[in-house]
Design a binder for this molecule. Structure first.
Ligand code: PEP
Length: 254
């Protein structure tokens, strides 16, 4: 059975103090009412990670970074390496988020370096993919996202591919309040699973968690998560409030 995962991407929000409070609240709510079948992950800014790792119970809440460097170490001022992320006790790293692709030139070549370093350091990449609005309007979203796979994660060995979590995040739905419909999400997730099956076989495809991201919130999570190919969510805005985040975590419950 593939893992159900709900991961919070805090982006560039919260001070260290505010982030630790949020982590404490998330931890308390997961302990009190979390769904034991769902792996909860929080991805704070780098400078919060060590503190957040020390606050949460790693059996119930995992921690991830939002990025890592494309180089292992050295004279790269301001960068944070995959090895450093791992040394904090974090387990996950978001790679290929559309904001990184758009504002920080994380193209396929850069992403391949980051993926290799994340995997070599024992981190689980949450690999993001998704199309812009113009592509969705042209109806070529499947080809667009498949090409993203072909240029990056389809170049991994099967052994490494099995370590990934995928997040489908249509760019037009991120932070816009405009969620993909449940049918649109299911259609894309099923397509991606079939593309994975074609590449690595059905057993690998069935074992790969594919999360949905893009204005997922407490009111639409249940419907989105009810789809057979939606294995959870990558949550931006709604992960900054422990109550709404937990309502999403519990969106798998009947
Ligand atoms: C995200 O950026 O990963 C995301 C899904 O953001 P939001 O939930 O705010 O749309």
């Amino acid at each position: 059975m593939r893992k159900k995962i709900v991961a919070g991407n805090w982006k560039c929000n919260t001070t260290v103090q505010g982030g630790l409070e949020l982590a404490k609240d998330v931890m308390a709510k997961v302990a009190e009412s979390g769904d034991p079948e769902v792996q909860v992950v929080v991805c704070p800014p780098f400078v919060h990670i060590t503190g957040v790792v020390s606050i949460v119970d790693g059996n119930q809440v995992k921690v991830g970074a939002q990025n890592c460097a494309a180089e292992p170490k050295g004279a790269f001022t301001g960068e944070v390496s995959a090895e450093m992320v791992k040394s904090t006790g974090a387990d996950y790293v978001i790679l290929g988020h559309s904001e990184r692709r758009e504002y920080y030139a994380d193209n396929s070549a850069v992403l391949n370096k980051k993926l290799a370093l994340a995997l070599a350091n024992g981190l689980t990449p949450i690999y993001c993919c998704g199309e812009p609005l113009a592509i969705r309007e042209a109806g070529t979203q499947n080809e667009y996202v498949k090409k993203q796979f072909e240029e990056t994660i389809f170049q991994l060995s099967e052994e490494d591919f099995r370590k990934l979590v995928i997040a489908y995040e249509p760019i037009w739905a991120i932070g816009t309040g405009k969620t993909a419909s449940s049918a649109q999400a299911q259609e894309m997730h099923a397509f991606l699973r079939s593309a994975i099956a074609e590449k690595f076989g059905d057993e690998v495809a069935q074992a790969t968690s594919i999360l949905y991201g893009g204005s997922c919130n407490a009111s639409n999570a249940k419907e989105l998560f009810a789809n057979p190919d939606v294995d959870g969510g990558l949550i931006g805005g709604a992960s900054l409030d422990a109550v709404s985040f937990l309502a999403i975590v519990n969106g798998f419950r009947a």
